[in-house]
Design a protein around this ligand. Structure first.
Ligand SMILES: [Zn+2]
Ligand SMILES: [Zn+2]
Length: 140
């Protein structure tokens, strides 16, 4: 192997390695704001904007009680999922409910581990509360 080819290959390899490292460390967060005072951020690199919005809508309008540690919503399943099981992937969701309490700290911040099925014909989603804390940084 000549030297030039060696250099080209090693340069290509380092680019590939760099890309892998970058994609593993940075989670892209998309924040959605709702009229009911909720602010939902979905952290995921693979979901489209619409898919993130779907998860955020579920948090904003769904009947999620923060006291419950696990909520399951299973309304519609594809035949594939019935036969082979769900194709599950996990993402993280931060929910801020502004002015949730009348006195300081007024706002509530919760972080969820969200497991959902990637098949478009299926809307299986399960949210596990990681932690929940009252904050005073935005509304006192
Ligand atoms: Zn499924
Ligand atoms: Zn607030």
């Amino acid at each position: 192997m000549n030297k030039t080819l060696c250099r080209v290959i090693s340069a290509l390899l380092s680019i590939i390695v760099l890309q892998i490292v970058c994609s593993a460390t940075s989670y892209e967060g998309t924040t959605f704001y709702y009229e009911n005072g909720k602010e939902i951020t979905v952290f995921d690199n693979h979901l489209s904007y619409d898919e993130k919005k779907m998860i955020a809508d579920y948090f904003a309008y769904g009947t999620i009680e923060s006291e419950k540690s696990s909520i399951e919503c299973n309304t519609r399943s594809s035949i594939l999922c019935t036969l082979f099981g769900h194709d599950l992937t996990t993402t993280y969701v931060r929910e801020i409910t502004h002015n949730a309490y009348p006195d300081s700290p007024k706002c509530l911040r919760s972080e969820y581990e969200c497991t959902y099925c990637t098949r478009s014909s299926c809307d299986y989603i399960e949210n596990k509360l990681i932690y929940s804390v009252r904050i005073s940084t935005c509304h006192g």
